[in-house]
Design a binder for this molecule. Structure first.
Ligand SMILES: NC(=O)c1ccc[n+]([C@@H]2O[C@H](COP(=O)([O-])OP(=O)(O)OC[C@H]3O[C@@H](n4cnc5c(N)ncnc54)[C@H](O)[C@@H]3O)[C@@H](O)[C@H]2O)c1
Length: 354
């Protein structure tokens, strides 16, 4: 794959999609993006991704933006009938991305995350069978099984005993995805994840599935329901109160810059066959909520105001750090570019007053 090839990116104006569009355009690909600004419908106008779509159209002369709802089977079918044979790469990032929101409207969540993924895979199989298909899946496919790990509190974070196999590296792909609380979102993402694998195995599509931890970047339209680190930094900068939900704020997540995700996608897209990988920032990019608030406060010079709601969010992970060993073994040139402090510093800088 290289200059002059054509790519389709769904969710093209969101955090990951927009980073992918820019990465592919930089490699010389002709990029078509699909986005209907559903993020504004899920989380309100402050979460709209329309401005990023306009910026892509302004910055990238060859970029084509299509305002299509992925659930619109006829529109999708028309697009693939017209242009499908040209697609060398299809990157599917569009989603209802919040596990909390999914309980508000399980049917819509499943229609977008699972059914529309099936429709897209079917269009690729029929019209673009040589394209590489990349799915942005989620660590929520593992449900809340990570919460069964023998976690202990140390200072402001939960930790594993040092001799635990995941303690230094994080969680790998061998963790069971069965018999745990997933949230409706976790189930719809698992369906998409397994469907993508099945289309690769049964119909011979080249496909990569990334089970991502927390992803971030200045371009994220973070809200309380989705976009952990971006929302946290926005809250501190605005002087608002951040609500910590459960686990005393000691729950741990790793975080990865969207640009690093785009680099991983670009590398994976060149490899035939099926790949399923955990993808995240790893141990050095991990923080507890309390640690993140402290860092954001220190780096911005603003006090962190927080309230602790003792009720944890349904199925929320107490500890997630991605072991990216399998991906890095296949693509040794890839590594997360930022640790936790550098990520938060970049958000403080990019989201702060200009
Ligand atoms: N951000 C994270 O922390 C994170 C973590 C793990 C997995 N993921 C996955 O990565 C992917 C991208 O996440 P993100 O953070 O960029 O989300 P995002 O909300 O910023 O971007 C998704 C985009 O998809 C668009 N979209 C949603 N439904 C659509 C529809 N029916 N038709 C057309 N467009 C639609 C939205 O308008 C939005 O611009 C998602 O699949 C998400 O589940 C994200």
């Amino acid at each position: 794959m290289g200059p002059g090839d054509t790519a389709l990116v769904t969710g093209a104006h969101g955090l990951v999609g927009s980073a992918v569009v820019r990465r592919l355009a930089r490699a010389g690909l002709q990029v078509t993006g699909i986005d209907n600004d559903a993020r504004a419908q899920f989380f309100g106008t402050a979460a709209s991704t329309r401005a990023e779509g306009e910026a892509l159209c302004r910055d990238l002369p060859g970029y084509t933006a299509l305002d299509i709802d992925l659930r619109d089977r006829q529109a999708l079918s028309r697009l693939f009938q017209d242009r499908g044979r040209n697609f060398a790469l299809v990157v599917h990032t569009a989603a209802q991305p919040s596990h909390d929101w999914s309980a508000l409207d399980p049917v819509q969540d499943f229609a977008i995350n699972a059914v529309a993924t099936l429709d897209l895979l079917e269009q690729v199989r029929r019209h673009a069978p040589a394209a590489h298909f990349v799915l942005l899946s989620s660590n929520k496919v593992y449900g809340d099984r990570p919460n069964r790990l023998p976690l202990e509190q140390r200072g402001q974070r939960l930790v594993l005993p040092e001799d635990h196999p995941y303690a230094a590296t994080g969680i790998d792909e061998s963790m069971s995805i069965d018999q745990s609380r997933h949230s409706v979102f976790g189930v719809s993402k698992t369906a998409a994840d397994l469907l993508t694998q099945e289309y690769a195995l049964r119909f011979g599509l080249d496909a990569t599935v990334f089970r991502a931890g927390c992803l971030t970047g200045v371009a994220h339209r973070g809200t309380a329901l989705h976009g952990f680190l971006n929302h946290l930094v926005r809250t501190v900068l605005a002087g608002d109160t951040y609500t910590v939900c459960g686990y005393g704020g000691c729950q741990v997540r790793d975080n990865l810059l969207a640009g690093d995700v785009a680099d991983a996608i670009w590398l994976a897209a060149a490899r035939p066959g099926l790949g399923v990988y955990n993808l995240g920032g790893g141990p050095s990019a991990s923080v507890s909520v309390l640690e993140a608030l402290e860092m954001a406060s220190e780096l911005s010079g603003r006090p962190a105001r927080l309230e602790i709601d003792p009720a944890a969010r349904y199925g929320d992970h107490k500890w997630w750090i991605s072991d990216t060993g399998r991906f890095r073994a296949a693509f040794p040139q890839w590594a997360p570019s930022r640790d936790a402090r550098a990520l938060i510093a970049e958000l403080v800088d990019g989201l702060g007053p200009r």
